[in-house]
Ligand binder design. Sequence first.
Ligand SMILES: NC(=O)c1ccc[n+]([C@@H]2O[C@H](COP(=O)([O-])OP(=O)(O)OC[C@H]3O[C@@H](n4cnc5c(N)ncnc54)[C@H](O)[C@@H]3O)[C@@H](O)[C@H]2O)c1
Length: 370
Amino acid sequence: MSTPLSIGVIGSGSVAQGAYLPLLTTLRSQGKVRRVVVSDVRREALDIVTEAFPIDGVTQDPYAVIEDPDIDVVAVLTSMPEHAALTKAALLAGKSVMVEKPMATTLEEAAELLRIAETSPGHLLCAPHVLLSPDYQAMHRAIQDGRIGRPTLARARYGHDGPSWGAWFYKVGGGPLFDLGVYALTSLTGLLGPVTRVTALAARARSERIVDGELTKVETDDTYQLVIEHEGGALSTVTTAFGMQRYKSPAMEVYGLEGTVQMLGDDWAPEGLELWTNEVGAWQLFDSASRNWPWTDGLTHLIDCVRNGTEPYTSAAHAYHVLDIMFAALASAESGRVQTVDSRFVPPLPIDEVEGPHRRSHDRVYDGTN
Ligand SMILES: NC(=O)c1ccc[n+]([C@@H]2O[C@H](COP(=O)([O-])OP(=O)(O)OC[C@H]3O[C@@H](n4cnc5c(N)ncnc54)[C@H](O)[C@@H]3O)[C@@H](O)[C@H]2O)c1
């Protein structure tokens, strides 16, 4: 095990304050992190985190973090439109980068990031990190083991009433598909493989709303239904919106010719699995091994990979493919036509089949017994 790392955080808004900086504080106490430097263009955001967290430096210039030779890993946690440029600069500076979703707001920028990452010395790890959750891994294992037979249909959803902060969520390049639907698409493509065709309908349930205390024009659609064809022949649907109040349905259900497996809760905060197999003839409940699983886990994973000299479990090619699907969905909603999706990625096997370094103490939940 190598020495603790020095981390640069760019963007210290909601997600940094509520999730990633608390995580980094824990990782520091575990000896994985030795230094944390934070950048935000807003001075008041830096004042808040300086007060709340053990931080070794702040700056309003994100490039001061990127160019700091002591920084090993950069976490890009800004609003979406800034992701690509900051990630590109950090990769070119030789850093390993964890970028919040989506990795970019255009496919061209995302493709450039993939190209740079191929030759850059650092890793590129893209949120969301749902493939790392123990419950996702258990669902993947159950499907791979043939417990539900050949998967033919799936359904996933993620929505809420929309953030009350960050006007950029409601401008072009934002919206629930890129902010929330991206989780469901990452999970579904991880389980069922790449997508070949997508069709979508979109609507705008609200034309204006209160954001950061001000009446703000909603400039992007906020309500989506997607119908998707996967390369292996399975069909899936994704429901996502910034106008959903509550739900009690499972985050995701996969239907096979011999059974059904469903993830309870949300895929970023799973609450266990329910499995029906014709063979058993009853629903089996697998209690969650994800109760303390943080959805920020990708940053821990990246830090572990850099320290151990191992490759990340998740690929930037997967994040690119999900972005490709989302743009195809927008084009479908706009044109009223089914869109083909050309990019591909190879979904990773369950983590317990990937050799050595990716093994984690919590990676085995479903093992054929409940
Ligand atoms: N809020 C959540 O619950 C949540 C959950 C998961 C993922 N995310 C993702 O995390 C990212 C951030 O979301 P958020 O809710 O924290 O947004 P936010 O608006 O609260 O924070 C973004 C911060 O980035 C700063 N910023 C913008 N441009 C910058 C630049 N060039 N350099 C440095 N700082 C810059 C802003 O000043 C702001 O403080 C988004 O990609 C979002 O999709 C958010």
